[in-house]
Design a binder for this molecule. Structure first.
Ligand code: G6P
Length: 607
């Protein structure tokens, strides 16, 4: 949450900062602001609107050194006074992503020393603290001293009015990278913000502080020692963060799914058989020792975990539990050192998932595996094993292509674990590999339902509630469909395993309660059909995404959307797509901000 950009160049950096913030707006969009250093003065522009408004407000602002921020409010309401950058005594300006846990005591201390606070944020204490240690020329040392007093998570960028030649940045617990240009240098929360200026990137490590100037940078590690960090060339290209022909990022990302899946599966689909090595060198040693699997994740990533539980238990015969990371981290649980702890995260920086991973490790569970879309993210770096989903940047707050690629990665994990446990014959492995290779094409067919779903969405525009039903491995898909709808259309939606209907939710069913169901042609089809009859008999309107070979026909109160033929174990990956499209088109009808739904943010780096 919150996005940071910093730049020093020989040209005006304001357009670079604004462009960068636009790329980072997915991280938070309550307010935005920037500071440039001009003639030994800090010139600040802030706005409570979107970055586009900040762009207008800063049309006449110029400077070759600046820092900028887009906010997702934690401490203090979204308002101009709480928007970053925060300034101390017209000297020091700071932008910050993260949470300072001891800010109250620091605030009391600083107030007693005469510092005046102009905001309700935790960030302002950082500005004053740095100022309290600052003397002309020592911005680096002053920042280091202030950081030593902070408890919590931060990525920051700092400038001083008297110093147009330098800015300082630092990270601990929140992401920050350094973009290396030609005679100009930058920092940002993620690479998408810097593609406009450079492809050379250094991923800063926990506790790093970097002193950035026009023609160079110096990185100091947590102990204050100067260190070298490797320069990577980013594989991202500008197209991957441009909207192109699409109206919204969510729509673009839904349609990118066949390619995202193909990319994620690329290495394995070309091979004849699966090997543990795709998860890292140590997998060969770790996988044979595993007695159970514990999946930890939040939101959509948690739903991916819930699907995987069905696969892992049925195909690999390994006991699997899935926990919401924010619950697990505070729960007293029974640790088994032979458990493989799998974290799933699009961003790799979700605070609760990271904390749950560390909690699992602290309780003696050392076998850790991350499934993540961001290389070099905290979750990847803190896990022994990993598989990168190659979905490309996901910008829409509602996760789509990250989810389907996570499922593909989890299916690979299932197959590899099954092989290790002698639960998979050579022939079965080949069949599954064949199905995986076919997945992008099968998904393309599902996307062709778009016009039909667009029409269907009209039935939902004026509804206040919706029920989603699924059974077995498709129950988490119903959960995901309900989450998508509520996230972006603000329609209250709940998901139930269809068998649970008569134990409560059936009481809600009437003509005003649309009931959406996924109906794959699997072992539970006949049971599901009975559940659907229970809804129909009570006057409910059913909208059913049914596999072509289920032969369920449209009738009074029962609207069928025809899916391709049943895709076997991979069916959840296909069935979620029409639910994503449905949520998208309902949100469009309702005129909500699809890519930036109210109150939410893409990566939740706070508890
Ligand atoms: C936020 C996002 C969701 C995402 C969840 C977990 O709530 O809006 O789309 O599923 O965080 O994020 P992660 O990056 O860990 O997958």
């Amino acid at each position: 949450m919150c996005g940071i950009v910093g730049a020093i160049a020989k040209r005006n950096v304001v357009p670079i900062l604004i462009n960068g913030l636009m790329r980072l707006e997915y991280r938070g969009y309550d307010s935005a602001g920037l500071v440039v250093v001009q003639s030994e003065q800090l010139e600040r522009v802030r706005s409570t609107g979107r970055v586009a408004e900040l762009e207008q407000k800063s049309a006449n602002t110029q400077g070759s050194l600046g820092i900028a921020h887009t906010r997702w409010a934690t401490h203090g309401i979204p308002s101009e006074r709480n928007a970053h950058p925060h300034i101390s005594n017209n000297q020091i300006a700071v932008v910050h992503n993260g949470i300072i846990e001891n800010y109250e005591e620091l605030r009391t201390e600083l107030t007693a020393r005469g510092y005046k606070f102009n905001s309700d944020t935790d960030t302002e204490v950082i500005a004053h603290l740095i100022h309290s240690h600052y003397q002309k020329g020592n911005l680096l040392t002053a920042t280091q001293k202030a950081l030593a007093q902070l408890i919590g998570a931060y990525a920051i960028a700092v400038v001083a009015a008297e110093n147009p030649q330098q800015f300082i940045a630092a990270r601990k617990g929140s992401p920050l990278l350094l973009g290396v240009g030609n005679g100009e240098n930058f920092v940002a929360s993620d690479m998408s913000a810097l593609l406009q200026v450079t492809k050379k990137v250094i991923y800063l490590e926990e506790g790093d502080v970097v002193d950035v100037s026009l023609d160079g940078y110096r990185i100091l590690n947590e102990k204050g020692h100067e260190v070298e960090r490797p320069i990577h060339i980013s594989e991202l290209n500008n197209d991957s963060v441009e909207l192109g022909q699409y109206k919204h990022y969510m729509q673009k990302e839904i349609f990118e799914q066949p390619q995202a899946l193909a990319n994620t599966l690329e290495s394995v689909c070309n091979s004849q058989s699966l090997v543990p090595g795709i998860f890292g060198a140590e997998a060969n040693k770790i996988f044979p020792q595993i007695e159970s699997i514990l999946i930890l994740a939040c939101g959509t990533s948690n739903h991916a975990g819930q699907v995987a539980k069905y696969w892992l238990e049925e195909i690999a015969g390994v006991p699997c539990s899935v926990e919401i990371a924010s619950e697990y981290r505070y729960r007293v649980s029974v640790a088994n050192p032979k458990t493989l702890v799998v974290t799933i995260s699009q961003s790799g920086e979700t605070a609760d998932t990271l904390a749950a991973l560390n909690h699992a490790k602290a309780s003696g569970q050392e076998f850790t595996l991350a499934i993540c879309n961001v290389p070099e993210s905290a979750i990847i770096r803190q896990s022994k094993l990993r598989l990168l989903t190659r979905a490309g940047p996901e910008i829409g707050v509602a996760s789509t292509k990250a989810f389907t690629t996570q499922l593909a990665a989890l299916f690979l994990l299932t197959l590899v674990i099954a092989k290790t446990r002698n639960k998979l014959t050579e022939e079965q492995e080949q069949t599954h590999l064949h199905e995986l290779r076919h997945l992008p094409a099968a998904l393309q067919k599902v996307l062709a339902l778009e016009p039909e779903i667009e029409k269907l969405s009209e039935q939902f525009t004026h509804k206040h509630h919706a029920l989603f039903l699924g059974r077995g491995v498709h129950y988490p898909i119903a959960l995901e469909g309900a989450l998508k709808l509520k996230e972006i259309s603000y329609i209250h939606a709940e998901a139930y395993p269809a068998g649970e209907l008569k134990h409560g939710p059936l009481a809600l069913v009437d003509e005003d309660m649309p009931v959406v169901s996924v109906a794959p042609n699997d072992a539970l089809l006949e049971k599901l059909k009975s559940n659907l009859q229970e809804v129909k008999a009570r006057g409910g309107q059913l909208y059913v995404f049914a596999d072509a070979d289920t032969h369920i026909k449209t009738s009074e109160g029962l609207h069928i959307m025809q899916m391709p033929e049943h895709a076997g174990y991979l069916s959840p990956i296909l069935h979620v797509v029409p639910l994503q499209l449905l949520a998208y088109y309902v949100a469009l009808q309702k005129g909500t901000d699809v890519d930036k739904p109210r109150n939410l943010a893409k990566s939740v780096t706070v508890e």
